[in-house]
Write a protein that binds this ligand. Structure first.
Ligand code: NAP
Length: 508
């Protein structure tokens, strides 16, 4: 067979399209700039964008935190982390001297209003000196308990105010609340200072190229959509497995657990995009309206149903981890069986599965079609032809695989499952997929909120998660199962799906 030709996208044309929509000038203010996210993701992404000419022509990045540092120390620290975490640094290190001039550091105390006034004055001075307008993108990358205080103080210092000439926007990192009540509180709090249109709640999964490709796959092809419903699909499996165990996140994780950490946001977002109806237009309002409809249609699991509809488990050595409470029941692995009560999906189970310390790092959506209605080929009694399966691989080995039956060459009518594969790397080249944060930062600078989560979406996702969390703490809780590190999870996971006459796609 002829070897595939790699056709890399014409980035210069794509970049021209991005640049056209960027503002001429903007300042990005990162709160929590001495932290892990800034080092590993935000500044490496901003560096890549800058070296590709994808930041506003006049752009200043101000890192804000309590740590005592001057600009030079901050720049040095960031250069080391960009070198360590950006896969593009080697090719673009010549751009560092240009980028570092855009970086400033500002030490401040988040509780002190006068510190915000000083920051505001610094912004005004920079804007005046550099002939910039006052566009500002605030990025909250601090521990979440600080979000309400910072938002209030930004309001009190008059820093959230926009005009016809300039905008003010705020990106808020996850976790967004720890239950419905706290998420509603946080939304109300934010709305006292910023309009919803100024707020960009980030779920970096939505910035992944492969997640966005779900739209193109479903709505840019005529052949899949007619099958994308209860008439042809038996069930859907959404898997997000992590190899890493707790690391240094014990303080947060032990009070959150896998349901808050992964399901309320990433897995429910993936479910929403798998199940969404085609929006009339690809814009923030239409898209998010359709996502909200899916979340509203998810049948809630009542606390008394959790033993039947969920699995919760913990990896065997979790309780020995530093910073974890003694005898903790925090789940590090879970499965939810959800139903979407609408015309398209009625009675099609969506199995959502995620856990830590597993045998692989994989994110995938597996669409399992129904068995053929009538079998004309002779098969041994009790044997069925495997149903077709479409696996959308979001990471790693990004791509998709469609499994189907073919006749085995030779006499008789024996069949075997074969597959058609698409791999991004094969068709578009290596290292072609941008980091999710790059995409999302550009979108926020352009004022495109399509890939950010709206307040009602967040609250609906908590409405689905909250009763499960309550059920897990109550008398109907499923027993906590245990699993060894580096395995596929607890044996209970297999029993759970086998009880429905199904099995997991063997990815983990
Ligand atoms: N790291 C990730 O991969 C990741 C992924 C998704 C979401 N997030 C979210 O992004 C946010 C930032 O994450 P991160 O990992 O960068 O956090 P982090 O490293 O724990 O904290 C960020 C900075 O906040 C400041 N800080 C910490 N505790 C504080 C306190 N009690 N009071 C005031 N300031 C405090 C520290 O700076 P100073 O001491 O210098 O002020 C620290 O450098 C969090 O909300 C996290 O949930 C992170």
């Amino acid at each position: 067979m002829a070897k595939k030709t790699v056709v890399s996208p014409d980035t210069s044309q794509l970049n021209k399209d991005i640049i056209k929509k960027l503002p001429n000038s903007a300042t990005i203010v990162i709160f929590g700039a001495s932290g892990d996210l800034t080092e590993r993701k935000l500044l490496p992404s901003l560096f890549r964008l800058d070296s590709d000419g994808l930041l506003p022509e006049k752009c200043v990045i101000i890192g804000v935190a309590r740590t005592d540092m001057d600009n030079e120390t901050f720049r040095k620290k960031i250069m080391e982390s960009v070198g360590a975490y950006s896969r593009h640094y080697k090719d673009r290190c010549g751009n560092w001297s240009v980028f570092e001039k855009k970086l400033l550091y500002h030490k401040m105390d988040y509780d002190n209003l006068s510190d915000y006034k000083t920051l505001n004055k610094l912004l005004a001075d920079i804007h005046k000196k550099q002939g910039m307008n006052s566009n500002c993108l605030f990025y909250l990358s601090t521990p979440p308990m600080l979000y309400p205080g910072i938002v209030s103080k930004l309001g009190e210092a008059g820093m959230a105010q926009q005009s016809d000439e300039h905008w003010r926007r705020i990106i808020i990192e996850k976790p967004f609340g720890r239950d419905l009540a706290s998420a509603v509180d946080l939304n109300n709090h934010i709305h006292q200072v910023f309009n919803e249109s100024q707020v960009y709640r980030i779920d970096h999964y939505l910035g992944k190229e492969t997640v966005q490709n779900l739209f193109v796959f479903r709505f840019g092809n005529a052949i899949f959509e007619p099958l994308w419903n209860r008439n042809y699909i038996d069930h859907v499996q959404i898997t997000v497995s992590e190899e890493v165990s707790l690391g240094s996140r014990a303080g947060y994780y032990d009070t959150a657990g896998v349901l808050r950490d992964m399901f309320q946001n990433h897995l429910l977002q993936l479910l929403t995009l798998t199940a969404i109806e085609p929006p009339a237009e690809f814009n923030a309002t239409s898209l998010r309206d359709e996502k909200v409809k899916v979340l509203k249609a998810v049948r809630p699991i009542k606390p008394e149903e959790v033993a039947k509809q969920t699995v919760r488990a913990q990896y065997r050595t979790y309780r020995d981890e530093k910073g974890v409470a003694r005898g903790t029941e925090t789940a590090t692995f879970a499965i939810l069986k959800l139903f979407i009560d609408n015309w398209r999906w009625r009675n099609v189970p969506f199995y959502l599965r995620s856990g830590k310390a597993l045998n692989s790092k994989v994110t995938e959506i597996s669409i399992q079609f129904r068995h053929v209605p009538h079998l004309m080929f002779p098969l041994p009694p009790d044997e069925l032809l495997p149903p077709n399966k479409l696996v959308l691989r979001l990471q790693p080995n990004e791509g998709m695989r469609l499994g189907f039956e073919t006749k085995m060459p030779g006499a008789g009518m024996k069949t075997r499952t074969v597959s058609m594969d698409f791999l991004y790397e094969q068709d578009f080249g290596e290292n072609i997929l941008p980091d999710a944060y790059e995409r999302l930062l550009v979108d926020a600078l352009q004022g495109d909120a399509s890939l950010f989560t709206r307040s009602d979406e967040i609250e609906l996702a908590w409405k689905i998660t909250d009763p499960i969390l309550r059920g897990w703490e109550g008398e109907h809780a499923p027993p906590l199962a245990f699993y060894e590190l580096g395995t596929c999870g607890p044996s209970k996971a297999d029993e759970f799906i086998q009880a429905d006459g199904r099995k997991w796609n063997p990815c983990m």
